[in-house]
Write a protein that binds this ligand. Structure first.
Ligand code: GAR
Length: 203
């Protein structure tokens, strides 16, 4: 059993913060060894530094191609000796190379109830479609986009006067509650991948 994790982020880092706070509160027994981003100067890196966690940026723009970018990230993850990779608002698609380097060890959180509304504009798409419920999905990462087997979901109502911001904030509350719980189950090895679509939470 290993509790060594890396968190990958591309922006504000509030999901990362929920993990940092849960570690501080003792409800998440993870060792966050590394926070890594694809962009410099983002809030997630600042949050890591403030919490005394190693923060590394591998700028995608400075890499010749996706393979070089991912090889650099894998090298950092190996150096940090992490077992699990937690995507927390990491807005890059990972190739089969990266996914296979950490097979069944990568999890993601997405701000909709998958398989509905995958992609980069979930809240906008939910509001345009007119669904009455939205939420978040935590899933293992496989080679498809927003596709791997689902670990946990949290639902919230969509209100008539919602904007992307108000809906996004309501979904984020769920994210911040559920992600630390899911990561704790992951490091406790209580998530059994039954087949390519099903995850069982062990008692
Ligand atoms: C979160 O809502 C997360 O679910 C979403 O980005 C936001 C990051 O917020 N992730 C995706 O859309 C992944 N496809 P944060 O930077 O404050 O943690």
């Amino acid at each position: 059993m290993s509790n060594r994790i890396a968190v990958l982020a591309s922006g504000r880092g509030s999901d990362l913060q929920s993990l940092i706070d849960a570690v501080a509160a003792g409800s998440l027994k993870a060792d966050i060894r590394l926070v890594m981003s694809d962009k410099p100067g983002i809030m997630a890196l600042e949050r890591a530094e403030k919490a005394g966690i190693k923060a590394v940026c591998v700028p995608r723009k400075e890499c010749a191609n996706q393979q070089e970018f991912e090889e650099k990230m894998v090298a950092e993850l190996r150096k940090a000796d992490v077992e699990y990779v937690i995507l927390a608002g990491f807005m890059r698609i990972l190739s089969p190379y990266f996914v296979n380097e950490f097979k069944h060890k990568i999890v993601n959180i997405h701000p909709s109830l998958l398989p509905s509304f995958g992609g980069a504009h979930a809240h906008r798409d939910v509001l345009a479609y007119g669904t009455k419920v939205s939420g978040c999905t935590i899933h293992f990462v496989d080679e498809g986009m927003d596709h791997g087997p689902i670990i946990m979901q949290g639902a919230v109502p969509v209100l008539d006067d919602d904007t992307e911001d108000t809906l996004g904030a309501r979904v984020l509350e769920q994210e911040h509650k559920l992600y630390p719980q899911a990561v704790q189950l992951l490091i406790e090895e209580k998530l059994e991948i039954v087949d390519e679509r099903h995850v069982k939470i062990l008692k």
